[in-house]
Design a protein around this ligand. Sequence first.
Ligand code: NCD
Length: 313
Amino acid sequence: MIARTPPHLLGIAGMTQAEIVDLLDLAEGYVDVNRAPVKTSDLLTGRTVINLFFESSTRTRTSFELAGKRLGADVINMEVDWSAIKKGETLIDTAMTLNAMHPDVLIVRAPDSGAAKLLSEKVNCSVVNAGDGSHEHPTQALLDALTIRRRTGRLAGLRVAICGDIAHSRVARSNIHLLRTLGADVRVIAPPTLLPSGIETLGVTPFVDMRAGLEACDIVMMLRLQTERMRGSYVPSIREYFRFYGLDYAKLASAKPDALIMHPGPMNRGVEIDSEVADDIDRSVIREQVEMGVAVRMGVLDALTRPVLEGAA
Ligand code: NCD
């Protein structure tokens, strides 16, 4: 939620419909900027953005970096090996050290749920959660929503299926909050081992049968098996998993004929998605999601660095 003084983006849970739509509208304006030959502005000249990543990342880190640079900010990247540090203590130490350098925005990704929030309580600058454990990944949900909105013109009333490793996915959680707040009908499809009990309390309908779950869906969102967060074995074998939960044309036939295919990346072809389906130029919007990622992150940096007017709420 974007809360004042300083504003942060820690998760989608708690954000209002108006707050989400405002961010999407702001990001929408940056799509054309990113398509123009000259993409830079001086909006954030003199501002400092620090990318603090305790987990490896390609698209999220580079798109935050590009977003900051296109807005004219100084952007520093820090990649820290989580396994080599003493968790909470080092997280706060690192944050306090960075805080002393007066950054304006700290973008943080960490394997522990709640890391971004903890950090936001210790520093004086804005914090953006770029993924905390299996908790939230708000900019991913925003970029997914922008991709869907641009393709279909709306989010309300759409039937969206989120499929795969729901249990370990911060992308699933942020998307569920966002899509429900904007009035979409959300289904989650997973093997029983990867379907958290009580998920219905988030306002979604769970399915263990993929064809039944995909029935008449407008959007099919696939997720990676997050093996790095698994303790023990959750699926019998990759072959078996693909047979029942991998998106291929046979299963996709249950969805609407023009249903869009999405994936946050990185994709495991032949595990959760068939290669041909992933590359289907008529149905797959996976590359567009990456493009919208930069626009959304520019919108978020813009929103977080706006001066708060004296006396404004
Ligand atoms: C996701 C993440 O890191 O949570 N990826 C991303 O941000 N593009 C999903 C994943 O890692 O599977």
